[in-house]
Unconditional design. Structure first.
Length: 179
């Protein structure tokens, strides 16, 4: 897992960093959901078939696989039971348990029923990075959503308010799925 984080995040340049003050609405295709994204940030999609949708919103341009320092990655996994043999809830709780063994935990967020999903959270320090995992499982659907917000430890207090604003994403536009 640490190698994955090293591949996603790079060591930052810290001079002149300031929290974004302007946001635009970014549509999360193909589901039509939305997320407030800082103006000037970059958006990419890297979907892996119909069962895994992946969006990355980052301060740095990650075209060509370049790692980023500051950003949010959202992954939506469908058919979790079929793919892993675990319920969506168990998949999330196993992920959290494994993280707690691997890295320094700053804090946790208890289960919170949000209607269609239940949410838990885990804030960590992993090498030079500070990461906030928000993990959701479907209450009646076999799906998991993983939101990973992170930056360099020394930039965390600058970008934490940005991550809080971006946490208000909506995954699906229900209007697209009405008959």
């Amino acid at each position: 897992m640490m190698s994955l984080l090293r591949a996603l995040f790079r060591t930052p340049a810290t001079s002149g960093d300031a929290a974004p003050t302007e946001f635009v609405t970014q549509v999360l295709e193909p589901a039509g959901g939305t997320i407030p994204m800082p103006k000037g940030w970059f958006y990419t999609e890297a979907h892996r078939g119909p069962g895994s949708l992946l969006w990355t919103l980052s301060r740095e341009d990650i075209a060509g696989g370049t790692p980023y320092t500051t950003g949010v990655r959202i992954q939506w996994l469908m058919g979790v039971k079929e793919g892993t043999g675990k319920t969506a809830r168990q998949f999330v709780l196993d992920f959290v348990h494994a993280k707690k063994r691997e890295v320094k935990v700053i804090g946790t967020r208890d289960e919170q029923d949000q209607g269609l999903f239940t949410r838990v959270g885990l804030e960590t320090e992993e090498g030079p990075h500070r990461i906030l995992y928000s993990l959701f499982w479907g209450n009646s659907w076999d799906m998991v959503v993983l939101s990973v917000a992170g930056t360099a430890k020394e930039l965390w207090h600058t970008y934490a308010p940005t991550f809080d604003k971006m946490a208000a994403f909506e995954l699906i536009d229900p209007g697209r799925f009405k008959r």
